[in-house]
Design a protein around this ligand. Sequence first.
Ligand SMILES: NC(=O)c1ccc[n+]([C@@H]2O[C@H](COP(=O)([O-])OP(=O)(O)OC[C@H]3O[C@@H](n4cnc5c(N)ncnc54)[C@H](OP(=O)(O)O)[C@@H]3O)[C@@H](O)[C@H]2O)c1
Length: 267
Amino acid sequence: MVDLLIVGPNGDMGRALVRSAASTPQVELIGGVGPKGRDYIGLDLGLLVGLGRPLGVCVSDEIGTLIDAADVVLECTRPAVSLEVLDVCLEHRRAFVTGTTGFSDEQRARLREAATTIPVLHASNGSTIVHLLYELVSHVSRAAGGSADIDIVEIHQNRKLDAPSGTAQEIAQKIATALELDLDRAAEYGRVGTGRRRPGSIQYSSIRSGGTPSTHCVIFGFENERLELAHQAYNAGAFADGLIQGALFVSGKDPGWYQLEEVFEEK
Ligand SMILES: NC(=O)c1ccc[n+]([C@@H]2O[C@H](COP(=O)([O-])OP(=O)(O)OC[C@H]3O[C@@H](n4cnc5c(N)ncnc54)[C@H](OP(=O)(O)O)[C@@H]3O)[C@@H](O)[C@H]2O)c1
């Protein structure tokens, strides 16, 4: 049994994580942590996320009171909050799993550094189906990507802060690896003005629109035809189960940097 603490349980992802954790027999939820001053502090987690039944554990605004009871801390919030939580995990030697996206290079380096002291797993996409998309994209890139114009179009709800999405960046990295390209040089963001497309470029387009669920489409454009690989999540539940599996995976592990690929491969 893994004792799990969820930070940010009121968010879209946080609610899905609580629901997924509550239906996973190997997980014992020990509570949630929200920001100070929220009216849901003190509420039972099950009632907060609309399970329709109490889970017998509440939301606190003080992570220090709960962390020692946890094996793993799981969070999907925003980068600055993630790093505050990471510091607490380091202090208390607890495993840290994050699905937050939008980390800067410097913040990523802090996650990597923490992995020398505690188990750390960062997954910018928790969906097993999106990990299948990664494999398909790698395969198509190796087979025919060199002769294609490649675009990654991602559409998300208008509340999403970071762009391109972490998933779009993962996809681009898979393409760059398959084609042996330096992604920093190949990447182009949006298109404006005049001029032909640069050969060998990987073009990102990011759309933020209403309540649109997470959508990624990779377009391989050839002279006389086009191949599209697309994924659409209907809701945050698409991502939650994989992150919960990640939390189970890192529990009891040695300090280190873990990835969801290993979790899915093991299964
Ligand atoms: N890995 C994946 O598969 C995946 C999938 C989708 C999204 N994401 C990423 O996950 C992150 C969250 O996305 P979301 O859609 O769930 O956003 P969201 O609905 O805005 O939720 C963010 C949550 O963080 C909470 N929060 C803010 N400051 C906090 C603090 N100091 N302590 C504790 N909680 C705090 C907020 O609390 P309040 O509600 O009280 O404001 C809110 O509930 C984003 O980076 C997003 O890109 C990852």
